[in-house]
Design a protein around this ligand. Structure first.
Ligand SMILES: [Ca+2]
Ligand SMILES: [Ca+2]
Length: 356
């Protein structure tokens, strides 16, 4: 066992012990913040586009003083680089699609130079789907940074996003005299990286008393005690034959709150020999900070129905174990369970706690 494997094994055991011994006290990981997106607009326009009524957005070096050059570099985006915005404008500067997958708790920072008349508005919005827009910040006349280059920092709403777009708008609302408008630079997104290691499935064998090709079903009891909130989850049941070839796969999606009993119908492989069953439960907390509770796969029953005989129940409860325990600190992760039918000694329980 090399050092990395030893460390991983130790961490996994520590995580499992923490869960068993200290329910409600999850293993915590330090938040690791990193840059997700950055544009300083020096070499290019950054892939930004613009549109709208009275659209004078322009990329380059400001040709008037003020605002003059930004604190670093020369080029910026501005609602024209050479004078006031036009009357009645409602103009948008749109970022390219920004890949933010695997990051949460996103924060937008930017440099802004603003000079607008009372009643007019500069706003920053974002969309996670290209359709629904949320305003992150509205800045009007009297902004404390007005008249000089200042930093704006604004958190995005908590959530798991795949990709987002940002929109910077300047709207002339009042009849007051215009100002020079908005100039932006150093647009940066920072987030916490989610670490999702690939699940390691140990060798799992169950030798059922089933003839080849027999249809059987699994009754899986999934539990989420202690939480009134539904938790989206996916349960995968994978059946492989004695040569480890995948024969069948079922994926079930649901929202788990309390206890959920699911029946999965499968067919034994046509060939003789041991076949393997693997259960993999993945749950994404949706970035909810206030989520708490734990997931469990409480009981797995194999129902064998032979022709002319009453249905037999085989409780696959012994020997199950956690083979992968992900970091749930941020409300996202995967718990993978695998095991074999045994003597019914222990229940398969995967406990995961998201901090409140
Ligand atoms: Ca710049
Ligand atoms: Ca105005």
């Amino acid at each position: 066992m090399n050092a990395e494997k030893l460390l991983r094994a130790t961490l996994m055991i520590a995580a499992i012990l923490a869960i068993i011994l200290l329910p409600g006290t999850p293993p915590r990981a330090a938040a690791q913040r990193e840059e997700v997106f950055f544009r300083d607009f020096e070499q290019s326009d950054g892939g930004f586009t613009h549109t709208g009524a009275g659209d004078t957005w322009e990329w380059g070096a400001p040709r008037t003083v003020p605002p003059g050059p930004p604190p670093r570099g020369e080029n910026v985006w501005g609602t024209s680089l050479s004078g006031p915005y036009v009357s009645g404008c409602f103009q948008s500067l749109l970022s390219p699609e920004i890949d933010v997958e695997g990051h949460i708790n996103l924060t937008l920072t930017m440099m802004l130079w603003l000079d607008i008349a009372p009643g007019d508005l500069f706003a920053v919005s974002f969309t996670p789907d290209g359709v629904n827009w949320t305003v992150l910040k509205r800045i009007g006349d009297g902004w404390e940074g007005e008249g000089s280059w200042g930093a704006v920092e604004v958190p995005l709403p908590e959530g798991l996003y795949t990709s987002i777009r940002l929109n910077f708008t300047l709207e002339d609302i009042s009849s007051e005299q215009q100002g020079l408008g908005a100039y932006i630079d150093w647009v940066r997104l920072e987030g916490e990286a989610l670490s999702i290691p690939s699940p390691e499935i140990s060798s799992v064998h169950y030798t059922p008393l089933l003839p080849p090709g027999e249809v059987f079903s699994l009754e899986v009891t999934l539990g989420l005690p202690g939480s009134p909130l539904p938790l989206p989850y996916t349960l995968k049941v994978v059946l492989t034959d004695h040569l480890d070839r995948e024969v069948e796969r079922r994926e079930i999606e649901g929202n788990l709150s309390g206890v959920d009993v699911r029946t999965v119908v499968l067919t034994a492989p046509p060939s003789d020999g041991t076949f393997n069953l693997k259960l993999e439960m993945t749950s994404y907390g949706g970035g909810r900070a206030a989520w708490s509770g734990y997931l469990s796969v409480g009981e797995v029953i194999l129902l064998e129905g032979f022709a002319g005989e009453p249905t037999q129940e085989v409780h696959l409860t012994g020997g199950w174990m956690i083979t992968s325990q992900e970091d749930y600190v941020y409300g996202m992760g995967a718990a993978v369970c695998a095991g074999e039918g045994g003597d019914g000694g222990e229940n398969l329980t995967v406990s995961v706690t998201i901090p409140s």
